[in-house]
Write a protein that binds this ligand. Structure first.
Ligand SMILES: C[S@@+](CC[C@H](N)C(=O)[O-])C[C@H]1O[C@@H](n2cnc3c(N)ncnc32)[C@H](O)[C@@H]1O
Length: 290
């Protein structure tokens, strides 16, 4: 091959390689990101409002899109089903509670659940996520620190403990157990925002080496290494979790539950303690031992 042709073809080859590198690289990395659970979950919660039916009856309700003209839309939500409203606009939801219409304005892009209230009446609450393949066990409500402290005492947490907080929220229980007692801890939450907060809190308190936070469904986790389990979930959620506590936990493992008992586990109950916060609010703590 003549030298000129060889130089020219090498030059074209180099240009082609550079072209492929710069043009194709962003496309490949975009594709990778789109496949990551965390990224797609974030995007999903930002883009839709979800309403889940966690009751034992079909729920009939109407929806009005705030700022948009038109008649209210009639909805029928079967037991266990989830309605999805794409977009981040607010919606007004009306349902019949105890014979009277009840209307709530829902923030666009957030998860909600129909549940029963303390009087067994239909109520609409904030939810924790709108994924079809996981139970919504409770919305995020952090345990006050004074209650956290007592939960750790009741669970006899020490440097040998392995504490699992099932539905860890901002990670405060796991972080405090590590900070105060040197305990190893694992926090699991379905909400990526909570996991990020937990990791930030662990970093702020300098306990990253002792704790781990996992994004996921607590119903799909093996927590058999735990010596202490902490819970702040609804009673019906504790009920569906109980078979897993029975399956996984070793004899002698403490289960400490904020405010709600574990239905069907009374033979494992050791004590119920009460803590009062500064505003006079009463918090019960249920202590169980496997
Ligand atoms: C009431 S908060 C308790 C937070 C924390 N444990 C505390 O006591 O401060 C309940 C948490 O459970 C999480 N959660 C709800 N369903 C879940 C599921 N299926 N798997 C994992 N976490 C869940 C929610 O996102 C929420 O952060």
């Amino acid at each position: 091959m003549p030298k000129k042709v060889l130089i020219l073809s090498s030059f074209i080859l180099v240009i082609a390689v550079l072209f492929l590198f710069f043009i194709l690289k962003p496309a490949v990395s975009n594709g990778d990101n789109a496949g990551l659970g965390k990224t797609s979950q974030n995007r999903k919660t930002e883009m839709e409002t979800t309403i889940r039916n966690v009751t034992e009856e079909t729920v009939y309700y109407t929806v009005e899109y705030v700022g948009r003209a038109g008649e209210p839309e009639e909805r029928i939500l079967e037991v266990g089903a989830i309605d999805h409203f794409l977009g981040t606009f607010d919606i007004d939801v009306t349902f019949i509670k105890d014979g009277e219409p009840e209307t709530y304005n829902l923030d666009g892009g957030m998860p909600y659940s129909f549940r029963y209230d303390e009087n067994d009446l239909l109520e609409l609450y904030e939810g924790s996520h709108g994924s079809e393949d996981a139970e919504d066990l409770a919305p995020f409500v952090p345990t006050p620190m004074i209650v956290v402290e007592r939960m750790l005492e009741l669970g006899e947490v020490n440097a040998q403990s392995v504490l699992y907080d099932l539905g860890c929220g901002d990670g405060r229980i796991v972080v405090q157990a590590a900070k105060k007692y040197g305990a190893r801890g694992v926090g699991i939450d379905i909400d990526p925002v909570r996991i990020e907060e937990s990791m930030e809190n662990a970093k702020k308190e300098g306990v990253e080496g002792l704790v781990e936070f996992r994004l996921g469904d607590v119903m799909k986790v093996d927590f058999s290494e735990a010596t202490v389990i902490t819970l702040y979930l609804l009673p019906e959620s504790n009920e569906i979790l109980r078979p897993l506590l029975e399956k996984f936990l070793k004899e002698g493992t403490f289960v400490v539950s904020h405010n709600y008992y574990i239905p069907g586990w009374s033979e494992n109950e050791i004590t119920v303690d009460t803590v009062y916060t500064d505003d006079g609010e009463e918090h019960d703590i249920y202590l169980y031992k496997k």
